[in-house]
Design a protein around this ligand. Structure first.
Ligand code: R5P
Length: 286
């Protein structure tokens, strides 16, 4: 009988399977389905009483968050010994403070609820590291940077660019790993849909550039950076992110701006999930 089990929610079956094979830990037998009114049903078939259980579930979009709560409860009710919750993409992390009076701290609200049935939480490239403090249980993060760098290494990149100063550290880490230069753009966010980017002279003529960020949502940030790079005569332009939310017409926006390739990890599954995240998570679990 196994000592530990992995349970993947429907949003993160891919990551759960990868972790199971890398860690040589079995996936618990479960049933998940939707009732006719779309409410979520879950059942654990294996006996997990007294076992360590790892639940893997991205919390975006919102129905996946509810799924996570239901799975956590099932694991708790089945009397697991220790519950680790792996959240490949932790949503709501961008509302990590009150930007205006009357707003919630959504990252804190969600963390509080997840902590109710978790002994340990692990997430990947949270938008801001301090959101880990919002969990009342021990919380850790790992980064997709080494795996993204490994992918970009095959592309003959001359410059890694951060679309804003906040992403500079990530760009530097990637550039160190693939041995090229790095720089950043100056971005100001106007609202959830609009960003402004100040033109900045970059040494990009005929150079292949990879723009690296934690999230692509509307694609607005990346599209502006691509346009500026195009104006300055860049060669091939790659955009890479950990979390590809790809909201509304973001893909069209990126392609129209002149992007040569869109790269994301599988924290959120899409056809752009070219980088597997599980290898970044295994060490933290061990
Ligand atoms: C913001 O600080 C983040 O790091 C990303 O730059 C942002 O979430 C991307 O959003 P969008 O694709 O909507 O511009």
């Amino acid at each position: 009988m196994a000592k530990m089990y992995i349970i993947g929610g429907t949003a993160s079956k891919n990551v759960a399977e990868e972790l199971s094979s890398l860690l040589k830990m079995p996936l618990a037998k479960t049933i998940s389905k939707r009732f006719p009114d779309n409410e979520f049903y879950f059942r654990i078939i294996d006996n997990i009483k007294g076992k360590d259980v790892i639940i893997v579930q991205t919390t975006y979009p919102d129905p996946n968050l509810v799924e996570l709560f239901i799975i956590q409860n099932a694991v708790e009710e089945a009397k697991a010994k220790k519950i680790t919750v792996v959240i490949p993409y932790y949503g709501y992390a961008r509302q990590d403070k009150k930007f205006q009076e009357g707003e919630p701290i959504s990252a804190k609200a969600i963390a509080g609820l997840i902590s109710l049935n978790a002994d340990r939480v692990i997430t990947v490239d949270p938008h801001k590291e301090h959101i880990l403090d919002f969990f009342s249980t021990s919380a850790y993060s790992c980064t997709a940077v080494p795996e993204i760098a490994k992918y970009l290494k095959k592309k003959k990149i001359d410059l890694v660019l951060a679309p804003d100063k906040g992403a500079l550290d990530r760009a530097k880490q990637v550039s160190d790993m693939i041995n090229c230069d790095y720089d950043y753009m100056e971005k100001t966010r106007i609202d959830g849909n609009t960003v402004e980017m100040k033109p900045k002279k970059l040494q990009v003529k005929n150079k292949n550039v990879a723009i690296v960020d934690d999230i692509i949502s509307t694609g607005g940030t990346m599209a502006l950076a691509i346009k500026e790079l195009k104006k300055q005569g860049a060669g091939k332009i790659y955009v890479a992110c950990t979390h590809g939310l790809f909201a509304s017409d973001s893909i069209k926006r990126l392609k129209q701006a002149g992007c040569n390739e869109i790269i994301s990890t599988d924290t959120i599954q899409s056809k752009y999930s070219k980088v597997k995240i599980a290898p970044c998570i295994v060490d933290l679990i061990k």
